[in-house]
Design a protein around this ligand. Structure first.
Ligand SMILES: *Cc1c(COP(=O)(O)O)cnc(C)c1O
Length: 221
């Protein structure tokens, strides 16, 4: 199956409100061009250097999503062009994104990463840390970022019940933020980014509005 056919198949299988991010890390510019020619505009990358290089060589209409772990000292390289940063896992990082966005006269859209998977090594806020962040008064001063929602990664397991339990926790958290009337203006919870090639059906079932798909579009890495 071609890249175009795989994208069309996934689009056909998901509800219209779910946004598809094509995760192109380690994949060539020509494969990205093929997806772009199929109407795919949103691409996800994990590594700063690779993201910068691809941004420079590929069509400017592409919306680049930084989905990997991001170190504060690297934000400056992607701030001039990045559309959305999915893996925001500390106030320090959010402050740096705001600073670099301001330097570039831009607003950068961010998602807060939530940690619910069992793996110790995964990044992100615990649910109670998130609640503390949302009432932190310094958030209102960040004029160059908008927090558009939450992002999570499920455990790397075949146990669908466990994956669904994790996704449901994040979805419940997302719903509680959406109904909060006292959010600062720069928190606009509209996006729940969860689901990858092996678990996107479960993610959508649990309320995902944005899926990040690599392998199922571009093949294994
Ligand atoms: C690589 C990656 C994906 C895509 O994974 P696939 O299993 O190839 O679909 C999604 N999200 C994040 C954060 C990733 O690092």
């Amino acid at each position: 199956m071609s890249i175009r056919e795989r994208i069309e198949l996934i689009r056909h299988d998901i509800p219209g409100y779910v946004k598809l991010i094509a995760v192109s890390k380690t994949k060539s510019a020509s494969m990205i061009q093929e997806a772009f020619a199929a109407g795919q505009l949103d691409f996800g990358e994990n590594y700063v250097q690779e993201l910068v290089a691809k941004h420079e060589s590929l069509p400017s209409e592409i919306r680049w999503h930084m989905i990997g772990h991001l170190q504060s000292n690297k934000v400056k390289y992607i701030a001039p062009f990045v559309y959305m940063i999915h893996g925001v896992d500390s106030l320090k990082l959010l402050n740096e994104i705001n600073k670099q966005a301001a330097k570039n006269n831009r607003i950068i859209l961010c998602l807060l990463q939530i940690h619910v998977a069992q793996e110790e090594t995964k990044f992100g806020f615990d649910p109670d840390e998130l609640q503390a962040l949302l009432v932190n008064p310094s958030l209102t001063e960040l004029k160059n970022v908008v927090i558009k929602g939450l992002m999570t990664m499920g455990s790397n397991t075949d146990d669908k019940d466990q994956i669904k339990a994790e996704f449901t926790r994040v979805s419940t958290l997302f719903d509680s933020i959406k109904t909060n009337q006292n959010l600062p203006q720069n928190i606009q919870p509209e996006i729940l980014s969860m689901g990858m090639s092996h678990d996107y059906f479960e993610a959508i079932e649990c309320g995902s509005t944005m899926i990040r798909i690599g392998t199922a579009i571009f093949g294994s890495r």
